[in-house]
Design a protein around this ligand. Structure first.
Ligand code: BGP
Length: 465
């Protein structure tokens, strides 16, 4: 059973849906220079073939979109604020009023339908000038620039936004330093020490933002957000089990600090083995004690780990072995609903803080068809994926885990984060735009739209039909 007050909803990120990349004073962000293919590839400046520059034109169509979310009965809508819309070059003394006004309109629109906005402060969209000038979070000065932006939005949206997330998938900085940490230096040139120093700066920034959010409005609830990818040992070999433990520590490190307020013991080993002396300034450890109110995460897949490196190949979120028990999506992501129950249990056991599923969903190639005179997508595969995952959320609730909400990722089709494709669709709402940027931007309700509406209306009971 889902609790009565369960926050059902969906999630997007500004850089993948808003478009209007230089409208009303917005500056470029790192997302605007990641046009194609593999995560982390970039151009020097925005190029025309970048689908994120126009996104799905949410900037001009937010009223229509939020109305559609309300029609499904959303109780929560997770989006992000594009930092470069508020501080176009990241450094000005005063914020860009037109950028602030845009989010006023978005949050007011949510509130109009009784929908709670849940806002990510940094979702893969560091202002480009901060990336180029400071190398993002490698430079300590970026902490202050980030906090200036946070303070501005906490003050401006006081009373309108109560739920905040600091950094999206903060642990992805290890694999994707530009995307996640705004670090312009090519990934191959970074040492583990460089990355851990940047991580320290992000963690201090996250904790300081949490403190400021609470000071400005004690009603604010601030969460961390990690990409959760449970690992299974490929065999019963203790070597595989130890490797799983080490991989999981690389994921837990972030939430351990954000939820517990200090570095875990295994950080000492990481520093020693890599001959790193972290530059920790006076007061940093005190700031880190500002822990989050809740823990949120994205969940898409699990990984299978072998200590025998020759058995592993590069896949999403590092190297792994194929799991023979799991089918995969069209993009090769293993489908593992039970991994979500595992994730919920292990995070709750570890932190005893309320949990929020900030992202979950299935990217697929959809086909628009005409049925009874109406355009739609018969996305039974998506319905099945979401249903299986939600049933595992329900099982975790029965396990005693405190989960207070679920946001389906890409509740409206948007541009993919990792591949910048439009054809990798997650939505309940189809958006007419293709990989070459052609299309009308018109919106169409998919079959899953009506299915999710019923799930919300029955507070999950229809999952058992
Ligand atoms: C997460 C990101 C999202 C999102 C999602 C799906 O890692 O937080 O921004 O896009 O993954 O990934 P993709 O768009 O690459 O399919």
């Amino acid at each position: 059973m889902f609790p009565e007050c369960f926050l059902w909803g969906g999630a997007v990120a500004a850089n993948q849906c808003e478009g209007a990349w230089q409208e009303d004073g917005k500056g470029p962000s790192i997302a605007d220079v990641m046009p194609r293919g593999v995560m982390g590839e970039r151009t020097e400046n925005p190029t025309e073939d970048n689908l994120k520059l126009e996104g799905i034109d949410f900037y001009h169509r937010y009223e229509e979109d939020i109305k559609l979310f309300a029609e499904m009965g959303f109780k929560v809508f997770r989006t992000s604020i594009a930092w470069a819309r508020i501080y176009p070059d990241g450094e000005a003394d005063t914020p860009n009023e037109q950028g602030l006004a845009f989010y006023d309109r978005v949050f007011d629109e949510c509130r109009k339908y009784g929908m709670e906005p849940l806002v990510t402060l940094s979702h893969y969209e560091t202002p480009l000038s901060i990336a180029k000038k400071y190398d993002g979070f490698r430079d300590r000065r970026t902490i202050d620039l980030f906090l200036r932006y946070c303070r501005t939005v906490f003050q401006r949206y006081k009373g309108k936004v109560r739920y905040w997330l600091t950094f999206n998938e903060i642990n992805s900085v290890l694999n994707h330093p530009l995307l996640s940490g705004g670090i312009w230096t090519p990934k191959e040139k970074l040492t583990m020490g460089d990355k851990l120093q940047a991580i320290h700066h992000e963690l201090v920034a996250s904790a300081a933002a949490t403190r400021i959010a609470h000071e400005i409005d004690p009603e604010n609830k601030v969460g961390c957000m990690i990409a959760s990818v449970p690992c299974y040992p490929a065999t019963p070999s203790p070597d595989d089990a130890i490797k799983v433990m080490l991989q999981e520590q690389a994921e837990f490190l972030f939430a351990d600090v954000q939820a517990r307020g200090c570095y875990p013991g295994y950080m000492k080993r990481l520093l020693r083995e890599n001959h790193i002396t972290l530059r920790v300034e006076d007061g940093d450890r005190e700031i880190l004690k500002n822990t989050v109110d809740f823990v949120s995460f994205s969940y898409y897949l699990s990984r299978c780990i072998s200590a025998d490196a020759s058995r592993e190949t590069a896949r999403f979120f590092g190297t792994s072995v194929e799991n023979p028990y799991l089918a995969s999506t069209q993009w090769g992501w293993p489908i593992d609903p039970q991994g979500l129950r595992l994730t919920l249990n292990r995070l709750y056991d570890r932190y005893q803080k309320p949990l929020f599923v900030a992202e979950n969903g299935m990217g697929a190639r959809d086909v628009l068809v005409r049925k009874d005179g109406v355009y739609t997508v018969e996305d039974d595969y998506r319905i099945s994926y979401l249903k299986q995952h939600l049933l595992q959320v329900e099982k975790a609730l029965e396990d005693g885990v405190d989960v207070f909400g679920y946001a389906a990722w890409g509740c409206i089709d948007l541009v993919s984060a990792s591949t910048s494709e439009m054809s990798k669709r997650y939505g309940f709402i189809y958006v007419d735009r293709d990989d070459s940027g052609r299309g009308t931007f018109r919106r169409y309700r998919k079959k899953s739209f009506y299915w999710y509406k019923e799930v919300i209306r029955t507070n999950g009971l229809s999952l058992h039909e």
